[in-house]
Ligand binder design. Sequence first.
Ligand code: SF4
Length: 428
Amino acid sequence: MATANPMFTVAEAKPDKLRSLGIIALNGMFDEMDAEGVLRQAAEELLPGDLAIVSSFGADSAVLLHVVSKVNPDLPVLFLETGKHFPETLAYVETLKQQLGLTNVLALHPDSGDIERFDPNGNLWETDPDSCCHIRKTEPLEKVVSGYGGWVTGRKRFQTSDRGVLPHFELTSDDRIKVNPLAYFTHADIEAYKAEHGLPEHPLYAEGYKSIGCAPCTSAVAEGEDPRAGRWRGLNKQECGIHFDFNGKIAAPMSQSEKTLFKDGEFKADPWRAWAEDDVPGDVRYTHVPVTVFLENRDAFLASPHPIGLQVDPGEKVEDVAEDLDRFSSIAINFPKFTDGRGYSSARLVRERYGYEGEMRAVGDVLTDQIPFMRRCGINAFIVTHKPTREALEKDALAAVSHYYQPVGLGEVPAGTRPFLRRNGSYT
Ligand code: SF4
């Protein structure tokens, strides 16, 4: 399917390194380029004949598909025909195909044998939605998308905090390229683009469906509610089965008990992993790198195009990496045992002295009693395996901290001290 790409012809000997350098260069060269320019570069120079677009034909899809129509309406657009869509979505597929002149929209159907075996009554979405997404979305897409050298997504930075560093071009661990032409679009940009080009709205959008998937798993949202709140409402599921993991593979469904990351009030899938001994600096992505490893390989990590995190172990000094903290998309503070409080000091330095605003998580021996204190130090995510602690978090049953001896930040005064100290910030 792929034709040789001059940019990466020599990459066959050392594909990942050279391709990584290529990706860095691309992101630098096309950082200022608009969505059309980014897609054109990918479709015509980087991966001619070897690029597919994945679209849900949902509420926001028209923008990316309009960009596709301008670059090349013959590009393959993959649509997952799960058999569970609203009739309005299927009509919208036809509307957009005609209006935008898309000639190569491919509907991917689930394997009929899988449906017969696992979902003969069509109600798997109710009893086991992860498995339903797996057979209706993940597997059909995996089969097709693995035949391309790269694919295009409609992801945008503003959608989640994890996507805050989303670049235009990403390299997956199996040397494929993900292209995100809308990475820098804001919600306002999307709306303005739709209006400017007179793009048709999904028929259900005006009825309050702001994020649209399969009919049984989508409901309208109230004014001011998170647009994704209407997806799998009440079904204890937040993710679509076709998200890609951070090594570039289509992620397998995860059971609730495997989700150890507690963040934003819920347990969720964790894209990050810990540094391993045989990891190669510059190649890893979504990996928490220990301070010492980072310092030994600082140049390689700073040149890497991939999101990386920092792990701070007891005894390691945050001060040593202070000037590079903005490079990290996540910082993991290690609390290896309950009695070791050094992590609290590290967390405060990161937040209060250096003003880091990203995710800061507690890892290690994270227990119920510690979490309120960790939060006071600016930690906003927790890796929790301890069952009673998980239950306390799920029930929002953690004790509040009202008495303390060591104040944090401006304005806190330990019990029994003189109130005038509160005013001049002497306890910071
Ligand atoms: S979104 Fe719902 S109906 Fe569609 S595949 Fe997933 S669980 Fe099944």
